[in-house]
Design a protein around this ligand. Structure first.
Ligand code: SAH
Length: 282
């Protein structure tokens, strides 16, 4: 049950999808949804295309050609992901859609989860954490109205996927991860996929990254019980932060924080479930 809970984190709650309604008001129901979505191919909107057409590929042949075939199929799956999970739910920001089309999400999951990489759900990445559902990554990215040249801070590197999506749009991406091993893995995923400029720090993101502040936008991918004041502090005047706020293990609120001088405006956008924002012992 715990595992299933984590599998469902990083998802909007009660979201009307293109061809299904995910209603998850309690953990029991969540488990049900998680069961379904992990059953690859059962859902109409989950396309599973076997790699290499299911043929055995001799080791010698598993070369450029086979790799290219895989890449083409993954690209196809990404296109479907963008159309069915993201555009169908109303995300229309061009840089965001372009980034979601380009980032090879399968390079940001563990090998056991690779075939599920483009499914409409979060996936476990170890250490009780998850890579968020594609839609939620796109939705959060759209909210900061990303543009080339913006300086963006992410809290909660995890797999590195959200950072990669941001790095498709701007080359000034900073990300902080509290679990050292995940920081290492996330950074490695980013480098393997060619995102060389993203800077990764292993630390408690509550304190932000003062040396690089102010940021045009901050994206927090773990649920905090309050908005960390240092992050508001490090937001540029006119900047935006998107952050899930609420108690762990319950439905939280995805909030948009806008800073206009001394005026800090917050808006609740939608109920979501994220893994908890943890703190380093002081
Ligand atoms: N953005 C990630 C999502 C990972 S889940 C992705 O695209 O894959 C959220 C991550 O936040 C977890 O890896 C968790 O370890 C991390 N986290 C939780 N509290 C944190 C904190 N105080 N500072 C930095 N990272 C934190």
């Amino acid at each position: 049950m715990i595992l299933l809970f984590f599998m469902m984190s990083g998802v909007p709650v009660g979201l009307k999808t293109a061809d299904a309604i995910i209603q998850s008001s309690n953990v029991g129901e969540e488990a049900h949804v998680a069961d379904k979505s992990s059953d690859a191919g059962e859902e109409a909107h989950v396309a599973v295309i076997s790699l290499h057409d299911g043929k055995e590929v001799a080791a010698d042949d598993a070369s450029d050609e086979a790799l290219k075939a895989d890449e083409d199929r993954y690209r196809q799956l990404r296109e479907q992901m963008v159309n069915r999970q993201i555009i169908a739910r109303g995300v229309e920001n061009r840089p965001t859609l372009g980034a979601m089309r380009n980032v090879p999400r399968h390079k940001f999951v563990r090998s056991a989860e690779q075939r599920q990489a483009y499914m409409d759900s979060p996936l476990p990445i170890g250490y009780g954490q998850t890579i968020s559902q594609p839609f939620i990554v796109a939705y959060m990215t759209q909210l900061i109205d990303p543009e080339p040249g913006m300086k963006v801070l992410e809290i909660g590197t995890g797999s590195g996927y959200q950072a990669a999506v941001l790095a498709e749009i701007t080359d000034q991406v900073f990300t902080i991860e509290i679990v050292e091993e995940l920081g290492d893995w996330g950074e490695q995923n980013l480098r393997n996929a060619g995102y060389d400029k993203v800077q990764v720090k292993r630390a408690d993101g509550y304190h932000g990254w003062a040396e690089h502040a102010p940021f045009d936008a901050i994206v927090v991918t773990a649920a905090a019980d309050h908005i960390p004041p240092p992050l508001v502090e490090q937001l540029r005047d006119g900047g935006r932060m998107v952050i899930p706020v609420g108690s762990p293990f319950r439905t939280q609120n995805l909030m948009l924080v806008e800073k206009r001088g001394e005026d800090i405006r917050t808006r609740n956008l939608m109920p979501v479930r994220f893994v908890p924002f943890t703190r380093e012992e002081e």
